[in-house]
Design a protein around this ligand. Structure first.
Ligand code: SAH
Length: 437
């Protein structure tokens, strides 16, 4: 059969579901008999789905393949605003579980023929009567097509309990509609040669059921149907990183701010030392005048005299951040470059990059934060970002080149971090993400 169809029949069945999802944009999708999770792996790329769930009676098979549903590193590095949660359960479609109720779409692809006829009745009651999804897609082999399958005797798979003709499928589907308030349309995938299409139908027959209660209908269950029932075992669950999660938004924003602020600082230094192109402008926005970086950034030195005193007790001092020590005592000193006094080791040099400049020059920063005041709010209290005392600028560690070469200043690490963090997140962050999901 694999060579009979192009694309392969199982791909056509999955593509049928994907096309339906693209047209109907369900938010909660459940795949029954998810097997190796191959349909779920395709559906996870749909941006409208917020909850994607798989159920199969064969937990070992699911466990073997479920890791292919994990987020990729790019999902962490460049998260979007989309939200996606994936859950996988081990259990039987003949049993109720209240966690799988109220879905927008339930798919049952080549599953029912693996059930005894008695279990098909339970399947109908559980899926249509209890789960009451808005739409259900059921596919099953069409036995009338079998005469076109070369060398086939008996069923298409050794585990099949039956294979229905179109009339048998139709009769079951219409009864389901009557019993549980659905309507159905019949179609299929895997076409027969033109002249036989009418006589044998599709290789896989498909029923697309729509609940007559509608999306906002009275899908309310009374009595014990409303109680929580947990008969399935949760095997896997994962929340995809999303910018709607405030922690994730902050992480991405901080990384972007560190990178952009350092870039702006380097351009400012180039302008200042005359190494730049002489007319380096910060950003050119259409319709607005050009702003000169040299007028916006400035050099700042921070006196760490408080810390120096506290160095009498180095144990206590160790591990404290600069901001712990400063208590707002930094001096803004313009034009002090080159003042290498005795206490120079207790001075840290920064370039102050105003948040307004970052916001207007860095599209990613403005898109992530929305406004300058939001930007300040999101950065405040973040240990990786040093803000000026009034909170209007980011202070980027800056050291003279000779110091850099010697590697004396601790700030060397900070500036390298800023660049590295733009490309990858630290192992520590990755661990945290894993723990969070
Ligand atoms: N839907 C899959 C293939 C299905 S094969 C696809 O499109 O690729 C049938 C699957 O149904 C198997 O993985 C089998 O383990 C599962 N299955 C059989 N009986 C079941 C039951 N009672 N409840 C849930 N899953 C069942």
């Amino acid at each position: 059969m694999a060579t009979m169809f192009s694309p392969a029949l199982h791909r056509q069945r999955h593509q049928f579901v994907i096309d339906f999802v693209n047209r109907n944009k369900p938010k909660k999708v459940l795949d029954l008999g998810c097997s190796e999770c191959s349909l779920l792996k395709k559906l996870k790329f749909n941006r409208d789905i917020e909850l994607l769930v798989g159920l199969d009676i064969n937990g070992a098979k699911v466990k073997k393949h479920m890791h292919g549903l994990a987020p990729l590193s790019t999902d962490y590095l460049q998260p979007s605003y989309d939200q996606l949660r994936i859950e996988l359960y081990q259990g039987s479609v003949t049993q109720k579980d209240s966690r799988l109720r109220g879905f927008d779409l339930v798919t049952s692809i080549e599953l029912i023929e693996h059930l005894s006829l008695a279990d098909v009745e339970l399947f109908s009651a559980v899926v249509f009567g209890y789960m009451t999804p808005v739409a259900v897609i059921v596919s099953t082999p069409n036995s009338e097509f079998n005469l076109l399958l070369p060398g086939l005797s008996g069923f298409r798979h050794s585990d099949h309990k039956f294979e229905w003709t179109r009339a048998e499928f139709r009769s079951w589907a219409l009864k389901v509609c009557l019993d549980y308030g659905y309507e159905v349309e019949f179609t299929g995938v895997g076409q027969a040669p033109q002249e036989q299409q009418d006589s044998v139908g599709f290789c896989s027959q498909i029923g697309v059921f729509q609940w007559l209660g509608g999306r906002n209908g009275s899908n309310i269950l009374l009595g014990d149907e409303a109680e929580d029932v947990f008969s399935y075992t949760l095997l896997y669950s994962i929340n995809y990183p999303s910018l709607r999660d405030n922690n994730m938004l902050r992480r991405v924003l901080v990384s972007e701010v560190l990178y952009s602020a350092e870039k702006l600082m380097n351009r400012w230094l180039e302008e200042k030392t005359g190494n730049g192109d002489g007319a380096a402008t910060l950003c050119q926005t259409e319709g607005e005048g050009e702003e000169f970086l040299s007028e916006l950034c400035m050099e700042v030195e921070e006196q760490q005299t408080v810390c120096a005193e506290e160095m009498k007790n180095p144990v206590e001092q160790c591990g404290r951040s600069v901001s712990d020590c400063e208590k707002g005592e930094y001096d803004e000193v313009l034009g002090t470059k080159g003042q290498k006094q005795q206490e120079s080791s207790t001075l840290r040099r920064y370039v102050s990059v105003p948040l307004a400049v970052l916001w207007s020059c860095c599209p990613k920063v403005s898109a992530l934060s929305g406004s300058v005041s939001n930007l300040r709010h999101l950065l405040m209290g973040n240990p990786e970002i040093k803000l000026s005392q009034d909170g209007s600028a980011v202070l980027v560690t800056h050291q003279e080149e000779d110091q850099e070469e010697e590697g004396v200043d601790n700030g060397l690490e900070d500036s390298r971090y800023a660049e590295a963090s733009h490309y990858s997140h630290s192992a520590e962050q990755e661990e945290e993400w894993e723990a969070n999901v």
